[in-house]
Design a binder for this molecule. Structure first.
Ligand code: GRF
Length: 219
């Protein structure tokens, strides 16, 4: 089967982007990264992408003040120029319009640093700490017009520890982000992700029968 062609959209340092690039170096990985597109010319991830030999493009949103459609047309053109089949948002900090999102329905995914549907939006680690939750994590989901709301493909949980700061918690979450994003992209590129309503069904995934407890029980 030909590998799926993937465009990654970033705004910043691009550590998730690098995790995807790294995973796709494996010939057996079912997707290849064909372009990294940033909406900011100073996005750190552009440097890492170029160093990895990946084509890059910048679609600077500030050049499209009050013209969201013009911005998205330019974005679409950059994606089409590389004939991408799948678009991965990886720390891409612009909201996309329903028209763009619907055009890419089922082929546009995002990583969010929380266990959705908890803690949508920004500052998830601060919100998790304030809430008192003992378990936090990350989610990879299909993008739908409503922010941080599409069907969830993969999630990973981490414990919240006594004395955690937002930065300490963010680092623990980021480590699992780098594991689930390549996993979710692989499942999607292999055609193993079906959606039933707002739920993803993963073909061939083993049933989970274990329970994660935090704090763990003493045995
Ligand atoms: C990650 O925490 C991601 O979940 C969120 O923004 C952050 C981007 O980090 N959407 P990076 O640019 O991938 O390092």
């Amino acid at each position: 089967m030909p590998r799926k062609r993937v465009a990654i959209l970033i705004s910043g340092r691009g550590s998730n982007m690098s995790a995807l690039i790294e995973a796709a170096k494996e010939q057996s990985f079912p997707a290849e990264i064909v372009v990294v597109i940033a909406n900011r010319p100073d996005a750190g991830g552009l440097v890492s992408a170029r160093a990895a030999g990946i084509a890059t493009a910048v679609v600077d949103h500030t050049a499209f003040a009050k013209d969201r459609e013009g911005f998205e047309r330019a974005l679409q053109a950059a994606i089409e120029a590389h004939a991408a089949d799948i678009v991965c948002l990886a720390g891409f900090m612009r909201l996309l319009t329903p028209s763009f999102v619907n055009r890419w329905q089922g082929r546009l995914i995002n990583i969010h640093p929380a266990l959705l549907p908890a803690f949508k939006g920004l500052d998830t680690h601060e919100h998790a700490l304030k809430s008192g939750t003992r378990i936090h994590g990350a989610s990879v989901h299909f993008v739908v017009p409503e922010m941080d709301s599409g069907p969830i493909i993969a999630q990973a949980a981490v414990p919240v520890l006594d004395g955690d700061t937002p930065a300490a918690l963010a680092a623990r979450v980021l480590a699992v982000e780098h594991r689930i994003y390549p996993l979710a992209l692989r499942l999607l590129a292999e055609g193993r992700v079906r959606t039933v309503g707002n739920r993803c069904v993963i073909d061939g995934a083993p049933g989970a029968d274990n329970t994660l407890l935090n704090p763990p029980e003493k045995t």
